[in-house]
Design a protein around this ligand. Sequence first.
Ligand SMILES: [Fe+2]
Length: 342
Amino acid sequence: MNLEASWLDAFLQTFERCAIASTESVVVLAEQQSRAELITLAELALAQLKCRYYRLTLPTPLLPTGPLVRSTGASLALTGHTEAVGALCNADVIIDLTVEGLMHAVETAEILRSGARIMNISNEHPEILSRMLPDNNLQQQVKASVKRIRSASKMTVHSDAGTDLTVDLKGARTVGVWGWTDRPGTLAHWPGGLVVSFPAAATVNGQLVLAAGDLNLTFKRYIESAVTLSIKDDYVKSLSGSGADCALMNNYLAAFDDPAAYATSHVGWGLNAVARYEAMTLYDRAQTNGTELRAVAGNFLYSTGANEFAGRFTRGHFDLPVMACTIKLDGEEVVRNGKPVE
Ligand SMILES: [Fe+2]
């Protein structure tokens, strides 16, 4: 692939926001199957900014047998590599170019505790990243949304399609991502522009209806036939629907043979006005990881799988952006019919 100057410019803009001092040490963390052009762009940008960096490349581990796991943010690349983890803990900044990303990797907590900041770059075609540049307004919106969730006690979600969900926010852990980090001990991903809460145990109840046009990002697929998820105390008790989407989701979740695969991971919404809803139809699957769709302004992002704050761990993870929902915090609309309320 030939690289474009505009792509390099996007990397420069993002790294500038990370405020990397010349005295800081930077590790470009890659694996064998990382996207080569992202490594090149990252290193060119770091060199141009006169940063002191080196690259650490790990083998890409073979996926365990069982259901294929994709787009989870739980990289296995560091598994068993204690020396590599040690090197990352000694760094100030980690440019994370692992295929899955370190967002939910087992080693991430230790790395962040060391004070290193992790800038994850989603495994996307550089054009996708370059369309979603750092934006101060977006940062303010995300921060404001985080504040609102943290001060609320109840989230409700409704849609004409039939979604009727209640989340008790007591004990929930809320994070916002705007696309860069300049603070020690934190992680951000690019593209950014969303707010997510990890609810405490037994706090999510109701019904979630995935209608045609909603998304399943593990399958990188727009839903074509409605799927109704009945959720009781965080767990999907049943999935019903007559089309391929329901069959795929039912089979996939059952294959984990693990109750936690059916549980709620996180709930939240997208805030990035630049993120394009139709984007996934316009890239080949290998070109995108779907992070843009997680950030589409006004989506309701519901996810199944691990939630360490509720004491649940599992390999599987569905990120399900649901469109045209109304989200309320303590009765006050924050998203109305799929659009953020200003
Ligand atoms: Fe997720």
